[in-house]
Design a protein around this ligand. Structure first.
Ligand SMILES: O=C(O)C1=C[C@@H](OP(=O)(O)O)[C@@H](O)[C@H](O)C1
Ligand SMILES: C=C(OP(=O)(O)O)C(=O)O
Length: 436
């Protein structure tokens, strides 16, 4: 006879998000920053001597970057402790580059490809083909490159590398992505005339990421002038190799630290840098505003919560990648939230504003997206399928909601492998209270 108790299992691509049955009490060691790792790899490939990259992120976005640089003629070999040893070489075409869905690959590598001695064909995932690229292609043409595309200003396209690029002055509208500026700056020391990039248009988002590009260029010996707003100058000159130690990914700390607020628990992320250009550092202020208590400890950063979350009205223009997790917290808060300054998120892995509003509402919530951001009014939520649109951060937002809402089934949790492979396991051990 069949047992009266049937075990309901979710279809394989639906992940039953664990509900927290007690306050989380965890120490979560996070892998390296995607943004730092991919800048380190690009700069290492362009340097005049080898670079050892310590504690890099090993995830889809960074493996794609390493693979693309290898295809262009750079040695990227495994080093001790999961590190990478990068041996710069002469950059070659013809070759093909798979960008996956990585903004850093599709925006940082076309300028590198102009320095290769042959055609470099770029393509990526279906979602990648709608991410904005025209600014990068037009800027490279203005700097002396030949780039062939089908007229849409998007993937796929071919950079017809000649082994060198003139460089010089270029005006861009980088209001859709800071990566347009970062990409030009990261290769510019190798352009014959360097580069002078001027932005004209609505404000550039994600400014900390441009600061990160400038800081990492200077660490490798480049001369960069960013003293005038919306203007960046990189002088031509050699880049140095050496050793780069990658900080933990602070944006990937967001769902874990959020769990402390949702469950009234405490989460510590070891190795939180004392100062950093990572956008995720803003979590200290943002989670405090939402009712958390944030402390630096000798070990790292600890966040504790009471189980009550306050809504916020905040401009996230500079730290847009934190939006999905903050939106999940806002849906569980005790007052409404307004998340502003993030219209550019419609060009991220998916249209994040539409996706978040749709998925929160599908669980019974009240979220509205508009031109500039999201308006979220907390309401009692119920279980259901949480679609993720191939977007790693939408998936982690589903996990945060599932802590408090029974029956949330997150579609394709493996999509978190874009920047955080093993997320589901890390999440389960954090909830189990096992200090790593
Ligand atoms: O340069 C980078 O490493 C990044 C810049 C930002 O892009 P946008 O300026 O397009 O928001 C950020 O959202 C992305 O996750 C990483
Ligand atoms: C916007 C993001 O990624 P990408 O580097 O692909 O732009 C992100 O990680 O939130």
């Amino acid at each position: 006879m069949l047992s009266a108790v049937s075990t309901r299992t979710a279809p394989p691509d639906l992940w039953p998000a664990p509900v927290a049955d007690r306050p989380v009490d965890a120490r979560v060691e996070l892998p390296g920053s995607k943004s730092v790792t991919n800048r380190a790899l690009v700069l290492a490939a362009l340097a005049g001597s080898p670079t050892r990259v310590l504690r890099p992120l090993r995830a889809r976005d960074t493996e794609l970057m390493a693979g693309a640089l290898r295809a262009l003629g750079t040695g990227v070999a495994d080093g001790p402790g999961g590190g990478w040893e990068v041996m710069p070489g002469i950059l070659h075409g013809p070759t093909d580059i798979d960008c996956g869905l990585a903004g850093t690959v599709m925006r940082f590598l076309p300028p590198v490809a102009t320095l290769a001695d042959g055609d470099v064909r770029f393509d990526g995932d279906p979602h990648a083909r709608v991410r904005p690229m025209a600014t990068v292609l037009d800027a490279l043409r203005a700097l002396g490159a030949q780039v062939d595309d089908d007229g849409r200003g998007a993937l796929p396209f071919t950079v017809r590398g000649t082994g060198a690029l003139r460089g010089g002055e270029v005006t861009v509208d980088a209001s859709a992505s800071s990566q347009f500026v970062s990409g030009l700056l990261l290769s510019a020391a190798r352009f014959e005339r360097g580069v002078v990039v001027r932005h004209v248009g609505r404000p550039v988002p994600s400014q900390p990421h441009i600061a990160m590009s400038v800081a990492m260029l200077r660490q490798r010996g480049a001369e960069v002038d960013d003293s005038t707003p919306d203007r960046w100058v990189v002088s031509p000159g050699p880049l140095e190799g050496g050793v780069v130690e990658v900080e933990p990914d602070l944006s990937n700390a967001a769902p874990f630290l959020a769990a402390a607020l949702v469950t009234g628990g405490r989460v510590t992320v070891p190795g939180w840098p004392a100062s950093t250009t990572q956008a995720g550092d803003a979590l200290r202020e943002l989670l405090t505003a939402m009712g958390g208590t944030v402390e630096r400890t000798p070990d790292g950063l600890s966040v504790s919560g009471t189980g009550r979350i306050s809504g916020i009205d905040v401009d996230l223009h500079d730290v847009g990648e934190l939006t999905p997790v903050l939106a999940a917290l806002a849906a569980l808060a005790d007052s409404p939230s307004r998340l502003r300054g993030i219209g550019h998120l419609r060009g991220h892995e998916t249209d994040r504003l539409a996706a978040l509003a749709h998925e929160i509402n599908a669980l019974g919530g009240d979220a509205r997206d508009d031109e500039d951001g999201l308006e979220i009014r907390p309401r009692p939520l119920h279980g259901g399928t949480f679609a993720t649109y191939a977007d790693h951060r939408i998936a982690t937002a589903g996990a945060v909601l599932g802590l408090a809402v029974p029956g949330v089934l997150v579609e394709d949790i493996a999509t978190t492998g874009k920047t955080l492979p093993g997320f589901a396991g890390l999440w389960a051990s954090a909830l189990g209270g096992t200090a790593s």
